[in-house]
Design a protein around this ligand. Structure first.
Ligand SMILES: [Zn+2]
Ligand SMILES: [Zn+2]
Length: 178
C-alpha cells in the first residue's frame, strides 16, 4: 500500500470500527473505481455506487469515495453478491466490479491477509453495469398523510378512499398474496 492508501485505510477502519476482510473488499473496490473512472472523493453526486450487498465493505466505499446514503449516490440493489456498480455522472460511464471466487479453506485471519495483499485487479472482475445509471436524487414535495397527519414524500404516498395515506397507515389490497 502507498502512504496515501494507508491513510485512507486507517480512516476506513476508524469509521467502520474494526479491520476485517469485508472492509478490505470495499476498500479495494473503491480504489479500483477511482482508477477505472478517474474519480476522487465525491462532495456531491459525481460518482454513484450501486452496492449489491449491505455488508462491511460498503463502509469503506462511503469513506473513500464519498458515496453516501444521504447524498443519494449510494444505492442498494441487494443481490447478496460482493459486487458494486460505479458510475460517473459527467458522462454516464459505469463499471461493475465483481469479487472473484477466493481460495477455499482459509481462516478469517488468513483470508484477511490474503485479500490485503491482492491488487484490486486480482480481486475483481470488471463487468458491464447491471442496470442503467439512476436519475439524480430528486427533491420531492411532501404532503400530509390523511390518517396520521405526518408529512410524507409524494412518491411514498398511496391513495385510500381518494385520500393520501402513508405506508404505515395504508391497507394493502393483495388478494393473491403477491
Ligand atoms: Zn467488518
Ligand atoms: Zn400515516
Amino acid at each position: 500500500m502507498t502512504e496515501k492508501e494507508q491513510q485512507l485505510w486507517d480512516k476506513c477502519v476508524a469509521f467502520h470500527g474494526h479491520a476485517c476482510g469485508g472492509l478490505t473488499i470495499g476498500f479495494k473496490a473503491a480504489l479500483y473505481a477511482m482508477e477505472l473512472l478517474n474519480a476522487g472523493f465525491s462532495d456531491d453526486e459525481q460518482l454513484v455506487c450501486i452496492s449489491e450487498n449491505d455488508a462491511c465493505g460498503v463502509d469503506a466505499i462511503q469513506v473513500v469515495l464519498g458515496c453516501s446514503a444521504g447524498k443519494g449516490n449510494l444505492l442498494f440493489r441487494l443481490r447478496g453478491k460482493q459486487a458494486f456498480g460505479f458510475y460517473r455522472r459527467s458522462d454516464g460511464k459505469g463499471v461493475r466490479l465483481v469479487l472473484r471466487p477466493r481460495p477455499e479453506g482459509m481462516s478469517k485471519e488468513e483470508s484477511f491477509a490474503w485479500m490485503q495483499a491482492r491488487t484490486p485487479a486480482e480481486l475483481f472482475e470488471v463487468k458491464e453495469p447491471a442496470c442503467p445509471l439512476p436519475e439524480p436524487a430528486r427533491l420531492m414535495t411532501s404532503r400530509r398523510c390523511s390518517v396520521c397527519g405526518e408529512m410524507t414524500m409524494e412518491s411514498m404516498l398511496r391513495l385510500e378512499n381518494g385520500q393520501p395515506v402513508c405506508l404505515d397507515c395504508w391497507h394493502p389490497y393483495t388478494r393473491f398474496g403477491l
